[in-house]
Design a protein around this ligand. Structure first.
Ligand code: PRT
Ligand code: ZN
Length: 300
């Protein structure tokens, strides 16, 4: 194994909503790790990259303090930490570099059913329960609201029933937790998804090259997420119409078909999903033998 200073450390949530997606994403970047959920560190078997498995709340701090070079964590956690540091007068020693298209949710204010809500001014002189004190305080300040943010580490949604708060500010995805607790969403403070953050500390050439490589692969994995490879046959005269119908595709490859003067084969990468409607429209434009394949890897 190479000297530990030359190995990249990536902080990943140990056990939670982001864990499987994060590890799956890194595996799709070519990393093989010895996986054991009881471990604190998963060692990369085929690349000098190790995963530090920790609570999500610790990830911005570990990256900011340069214990880890990269981290995968919800934007909600990153922004809460960044604002907390800002409110304390210090700066976050990490930068956000990628949105990862999973872990989607929103930090929202919710009110008990039956409570009239007429914009932020309704929150004046109220108590709002949350685990996101800094994000909530920032929102209240920006909206000129005088309200008390009450810290709850979990089960925020029961605070109104307990008489501990008038409103709550918590993460929402489907909304069923709010509904089950007689609450309704009234304002969104932050739209969130998992992101990659990187330390601001200089990494040195070897480590920086490895970080760049992993980021380039991540970019490639994300780009192919919705991409499809499409193959079809078409009359040459329909090419302009067919090209216009191919979603998100750059110049397609056009090849003559053996034994046919006017029909060609068209191959194209579409950077958007290809729906049945698109195929039907292509067929109506004269295309035949349509084939749509998933794209596994892409390197621009
Ligand atoms: O132990 P550790 O501290 O690491 O984990 P955790 O319990 O703090 O986090 P975890 O695993 O629950 O969530 C990790 C990240 O997933 C969050 O920081 C968000 O970025 C993201 N995420 C996406 C969510 C949700 N969706 C989500 N729905 N995090 C939490 N929730 C909770 C929410 O707090 C509420 O209790 O789910 C409930 C609401 O869900 P719906 O579907 O009923 O609206
Ligand atoms: Zn957490």
């Amino acid at each position: 194994m190479e000297a530990s200073t030359q190995r990249i450390k990536i902080a990943v949530q140990k056990s939670g909503r982001l864990t499987d997606h994060s590890i799956d994403l890194l595996e799709r970047c070519g990393l093989k790790v010895t996986k054991s959920k009881d471990q604190l560190i998963c060692y990369g078997e085929n690349m000098p990259i190790d995963l530090l498995l920790v609570r999500d709340d610790d990830i911005p701090g570990l990256v900011g303090d340069d214990v880890c070079d990269l981290g995968i964590v919800g934007l909600n956690v990153v922004e809460e930490k960044r604002l907390k540091l800002e409110q304390e007068g210090s700066k976050g020693q990490f930068k956000q570099i990628f949105e990862l298209e999973f872990g989607h949710c929103r930090l929202a204010i919710a009110a008990p059913q039956g409570v009239q809500y007429e914009g932020p001014k309704t929150l004046n002189n109220s108590k709002i329960a949350t685990s996101y004190i800094s994000l909530l305080t920032d929102y209240l300040t920006k909206n000129n609201v005088q309200a008390e943010a009450v810290y709850f580490s979990g089960a925020v949604e029961i605070a109104p029933k307990l008489g501990r708060a008038d409103f709550i500010c918590d993460l929402v995805s489907s909304g069923s937790t709010l509904a089950a607790n007689g609450l309704r969403e009234v304002a969104v403070i932050l739209e969130s998804e998992a992101v990659v953050i990187q330390t601001l500390a200089p990494l040195g050439d070897a480590k920086q090259a490895l970080v760049d490589k992993i980021l380039q692969r991540l970019d490639g994995v994300l780009k192919v997420h919705d991409s499809k490879y499409i193959m079809l046959h078409a009359p040459r005269s329909a090419l302009a119409e067919i090209r216009a119908l191919l979603p998100g595709s750059e110049a397609p490859t056009v090849m003559p078909l053996e034994g046919s003067d006017d029909r060609v084969a068209v191959h194209a990468v579409c950077r958007e999903n290809v729906f049945w409607e698109t195929l039907e429209n292509l067929k109506a434009a004269g295309a035949s033998s349509l084939l749509v394949l998933p794209v596994e890897k892409m390197l621009a």
